[in-house]
Design a protein around this ligand. Sequence first.
Ligand code: BGC
Length: 340
Amino acid sequence: MSVTKRFFGTTADGREVNCYKITAENGMETEILDYGATVRTLLVPDKKGNMVDVIMGYDTIEEYENNDGYLGATVGRFANRIKKGKFTLNGKEYTLALNDGENHLHGGNIGFDKYVWKAKEITDGVEFSIVSPDGDEGYPGTLDLKVAITLKNGALSFDYTALSDKDTIVNLTNHSYFNLNGGGSIHGHFLTVNAVSFTINGEGCLPTGEIVSVKNTAMDFLTEHTIGERVDSDCPSVKLCGGYDSNFCLSGTPAVIARSEDSGIVMTVTTDQPGVQLYTGNMTSDRKGKGGKTFGRRMAFCLETQHYPDCINHPEWPGCVIKAGEKYKTKTTYTFGLKG
Ligand code: BGC
């Protein structure tokens, strides 16, 4: 395994951005930017032995700064939505930055995706770290955060650790957009999701608070289905968001298996998180991606392992509060192979 570093560019406000390439023993390769601790590429062998880049990204820092969608980024402090950006903790009401209509999404206007992280080479990868100040986008507590991104034995892993000096809330995820063929529509990709229930989407793609069985809905991936089969169906939670943009309540491991018959690539997602958001790029407008290739609507999907959206306002759900001085730890792994 080796790690190399190259200059990637300079942000509009003058910050230097570097790109770290991790090459694993088996020839798999990933590039990660210190801007947003963003995964830019991931090369995986397909059934013919060709390397396929399964992650969508851009060639320049300007494109990362000027486009929406959080491509490949580490997202926080709170991934996904918080209704009206409001929550109460220890009797005090907090109001976060509103950057998704009247709601808070993916950490606010300047979320962790827009930080330039410190980088340190570690065994099998790179550890990125930031300090998010008390009051950042409205969140309480100074948060010391590290994410170790490693590539080993076909597995891209994200190991997050955090520590706050005040009680606060944390929900971290990686926002990579996958296409196991390297491009084209994702409708033919097969998914299995280990979830017997999901949170119903309401207005603004926020959960209504109801958790229901996946049975007889387009959210039932307990047995394998293609993404395309029901992405445009009348299932209310799916229709409301123009396709899949929904949180599954995970009920076992592995959380998700995704595969493409064309490339033969299989991706298995394991996590200690209670939920996973499947987002099928319903809102992704056409844009130029790496190598000038067009990337747009339904051409990649995200599997954002996470706490349930807006969980801080639903005390009956698994909690996202971290206590002052208590170490927070979570891990998600995306493992690649071929269908045998
Ligand atoms: C959200 C989508 C949003 C996308 C890009 C996803 O995680 O669930 O609603 O459009 O991120 O911002």
